[in-house]
Design a protein around this ligand. Structure first.
Ligand SMILES: CC(C)(COP(=O)(O)OP(=O)(O)OC[C@H]1O[C@@H](n2cnc3c(N)ncnc32)[C@H](O)[C@@H]1OP(=O)(O)O)[C@@H](O)C(=O)NCCC(=O)NCCS
Length: 185
């Protein structure tokens, strides 16, 4: 069967695909890890991790997001999520979609996030998107390194205070990165 480009992507080392029930336990372990979640407002318990997966499945079904499960080809392990989604916040220039990632700690530092993100960027250009943005807490340096590695540029005028994070919380100040579709610019 021909694969739908938005919902199954393949890279050298990864398969990016829709979520399966077998992903629920390893995903809960990833988002239950305080070190992985140190730039989020907290860890997620099993119920919250399941709800997160359910939301990603609903987004895939509705065509509003493609936050996909990232599976390592070599051993079939779920290493985390990498994907794109429509944006539900006011951001400078009203970009259509964001790109983002969360990987388990033991998979960091091997270039998996940039590798998977590049496949999503190509898919976004194939879908005709004019640009993608990424945003994260200003103090989240590893995520900003991924943005830089995949060719995104910081838009300092797009800095914002996250509307769903409490005032004076250290994670509230956010930075915005952008990349334009080369065929549309
Ligand atoms: C951000 C994240 C996806 C990076 O993925 P990755 O596959 O490790 O990416 P890379 O291998 O390209 O490494 C990117 C940067 O992460 C940092 N990094 C790598 N390994 C690390 C480790 N073991 N501990 C801490 N930081 C590490 C480095 O700054 C690295 O940049 P460098 O290659 O210039 O040294 C991963 O760190 C993660 O899941 N973090 C927690 C979730 C999160 O913050 N997501 C983003 C929310 S917006």
């Amino acid at each position: 069967m021909e694969q739908e480009p938005r919902t199954v992507l393949e890279t050298e080392r990864l398969i990016l695909r829709p979520w399966q029930d077998a992903d629920r336990a390893p995903f809960a372990a990833i988002v239950g890890d305080p070190h992985v979640m140190r730039f989020y407002t907290g860890t997620r318990d099993r119920a919250a991790a399941d709800a997160w997966i359910d939301k990603m499945i609903a987004g895939l079904d509705a065509g509003t997001s493609a936050f996909l499960a990232a599976e390592r080809k070599a051993d079939g392990e779920l290493i985390g999520l990498i994907g794109t989604a429509r944006i539900d916040m006011d951001l400078r220039g009203n970009p259509p979609e964001e790109i983002g990632w969360v990987l388990g700690n033991r998979y960091w530092g091997q270039g998996y996030a940039p590798e998977g993100a590049r496949a999503h960027i190509l898919s976004a250009w194939q879908r005709g998107l004019p640009e993608l943005v990424a945003f994260t807490a200003a103090i989240n340096q590893p995520s900003q390194r991924v943005m830089e590695k995949i060719g995104m540029t910081r838009d300092t005028e797009g800095d914002f205070l996250h509307p769903r994070i409490a005032e004076n919380h250290p994670l509230r100040p956010h930075v915005l990165y952008r990349i334009a579709n080369p065929a549309r610019s």
